[in-house]
Design a protein around this ligand. Sequence first.
Ligand SMILES: [Mg+2]
Length: 380
Amino acid sequence: MSGTSGSRRPRAVEELRCRVLTIPTDQHEADGTLEWASTTMVVVEARSGDTVGLGWTYGPSACAQVVADQLRPVVVNADPMAVPGTWSAMVRATRNATRPGLVGYAISAVDVALWDLKARLLGVSLADLFGAVRPEAPVYGSGGFTSYDDARTVEQLSGWALEQRIPRVKIKIGEDWGGRIDRDEHRIRLARRTVGEGTELFVDANGAYTAKQAVRLMRAVADADVRWFEEPVSSDHLAGLAEVRSMVDADVAAGEYGTDLFYFARMCAAGAVDCLQVDVTRAGGYTAWFRAAAVAEAHGLQVSGHCAPHLHAPAAVATQNFRHQEWFHDHVRIESMLLHGTLDPSGGAVRPDRSRPGHGLVLDQDAAARFDAATAASTR
Ligand SMILES: [Mg+2]
């Protein structure tokens, strides 16, 4: 036994590459408190020998600089089997830069790439490496931007609820920082009429309202049976979230900006949410995902995966208190364009392919080059 292990060349993470892809939206998009015309994807590839692990975060291009300056020195030469140890080294290395925000996003992208690398080196799927508790992860269709007209809203919602048979859909509300309540009410009822009674209707205000404004809106649209009210007020206003939660029937949800366990612990302890949202591409990768889920479970809560749908799938099926995954229009579109091995949400759930190593996703280099800022600059 010692003979075979002694002859094996010690493995190390030999290279950590990072690139920034900017992908234009398919049409102008806005929610209650922000509008955008493109999405930035910071892609990390961790290599050991001929094996490459892939991770990413949807964050500012400055994440790439954090990876290059702060994280690469502690990741290159690390043991690819010891991902939690490398995660700790990354957290320690960024003490002075501080973890919240884009540093947390950068750590997440690297952590995901390292877990993918480890699974590929072992020749197993991430779902099997983590240990599955269920075969598939329920999803909900998410988009319904405030910038859409009624025809586009109906088209998108019908696609999820009627064509793909996804029994949960979410639209954005809180248009113009809560300044277009009449239109919010109209769009909520339009969504309900479109998807019918058998589909759960979710709304996301992205922190647009005051607490009482949010409560009044839910009372006004009681006939629409909204089941999920995401960020009715700013997710930093824990008392406001708790106030809304105590006064509406819909589950109140938040957590998408969390980058460390203290954030999630404070949110849960404040009684601010009925379901905790966690994002593996922000919270600290897979290493932090499972710990955040444990924090939620200790408060009697389930977790819901925020955005980056394909990266959540292997963790989702391995998390006891998992509720559902956001099947977000922008990211579904981007991941379908740039990756091989994407999943089909038909019927309302995705099932990770456990015959493929890692998370099962491979970057299409030709497709990525079309959106790579460095490539675009060099060919200009
Ligand atoms: Mg949200």
